[in-house]
Unconditional design. Structure first.
Length: 69
C-alpha cells in the first residue's frame, strides 16, 4: 500500500468493524488475519476497510437441517 494513497476515513478499528458486521471483535480479528476482510496491522493494532466491514455477512451456523421425506 502506498502511503500517499492512504485515506484514514476509509479505515476503522477492529472494534468498530466488529460492531458494524455484528460479530465479536475476536472473530473480526481472525477474519482479518485469514484475509477474509481487507485489513492491515500496525504494531498489533488492526484496521479494517470500512466497506469490507459494512458488507460482511455471516453465514448460517451449524449443520444444515436434513429435508424431511
Amino acid at each position: 500500500m502506498k502511503i500517499k494513497s492512504f485515506d484514514p476515513d476509509q479505515w476503522v478499528s477492529i472494534h468498530t468493524a466488529a460492531s458494524m458486521a455484528d460479530v465479536h471483535r475476536e472473530w473480526m480479528r481472525r477474519l482479518a488475519k485469514a484475509g477474509k476482510v481487507r485489513a492491515f496491522s500496525i504494531e498489533g493494532q488492526w484496521f479494517v476497510f470500512r466497506d469490507a466491514a459494512a458488507s460482511f455477512e455471516r453465514r448460517g451456523r451449524g449443520r444444515p437441517r436434513a429435508e424431511k421425506r
